[in-house]
Design a protein around this ligand. Sequence first.
Ligand SMILES: *Cc1c(COP(=O)(O)O)cnc(C)c1O
Length: 358
Amino acid sequence: MPYPLNQKLRDLVPYEPIAGSYQIRLDANESCYALPDALHQRVLGAVGKVALNRYPDPLAKEVSHAFAGYYGISPDCVTAGNGSDELISVITSCFLESGDTVVTLAQDFSMYAFYAGLYELNVAVCPKEADLSIDPQRLIRFCKEQNAKALIFSNPCNPTSLGLDRSAVRRILSELDCLVILDEAYMDFWDQSMLPELSEYDNCIILKTCSKAFGLAAVRLGFAVAGKTITRAMRAAKSPYNSDSIAQAIGTTILAEHDYLRDRAAALIDGTKSLYEGILALSKAHPGRLMPIGVPCTNFVYCKAPDADRIHKALLSRSIAIRKFPEYLRICTGTPAENEALLQALSQILSDTTGTEA
Ligand SMILES: *Cc1c(COP(=O)(O)O)cnc(C)c1O
């Protein structure tokens, strides 16, 4: 007889975003740019100096300083995590109690509801508008009706690629007393961050990651930024050595490279813009087949695609991976050459009206 797993574990499956290997990977919102050689050498040098027999700095002071320096904030309000994913887990498990209600939005990042479910929280899902935007007034009302203990959402949003501007986020923060977690994983591609005003709100946590604009998805390094009380609690509640010395050393090296980081983000913004324009042109040539839902504030384009499944499979057969959702496709920017290859493949696939290609 197999071991009797409890209810919440029974139907879980390990996260495996994509099986197989593909030449062009536009499915995970990673940066398409590897580190330049000189910087890569400096990273290796920093890693070489790590004392592997010693535990890491549990407060990750150096890398938190470097992170705070890049954004011009105080390191006292920074907690490092093993990716921001881990920080979502720490927040949902520690700032909420079993039976509390956390509000998420649909569509949004799936990990919020995943961790909330593991920690036996009630998840109340506030629907977005028909155009996938967020109506702040409706969201505020929903949180109050649900007696929410916390609200968590990504801004700009993964997967929709849309952003909620500062004035709307300010309204949400000032009208709600519950904990508000703003996941700004993609805010390096937009200019509406709440980081500069965070100190005005004692109920807010901003999450940041090195996995997207900074091109360090392999390293697992994310940060939570919040006021003194919350930061103290976060540092106390996380596992002591959550961020390893190698991640800290790499992060410290890269986060000091302000010009490099800004240039890379700018290149990814440009890439996304031309990808968006290319897809928009295709959508005009093939009405109703593949339609960007709006101008992206991220490094990816989100598209309505009634036969998402067919397009997704046809791209995989050409060794191009993108992310499929029911009736939608999410396409991350690649290098200019990768974007060109994608657009050409899409053009062929959309021109095939026999529906036999897969
Ligand atoms: C990618 C992503 C993260 C996870 O980042 P890690 O630091 O790699 O764990 C968090 N939030 C959103 C919305 C993301 O898309």
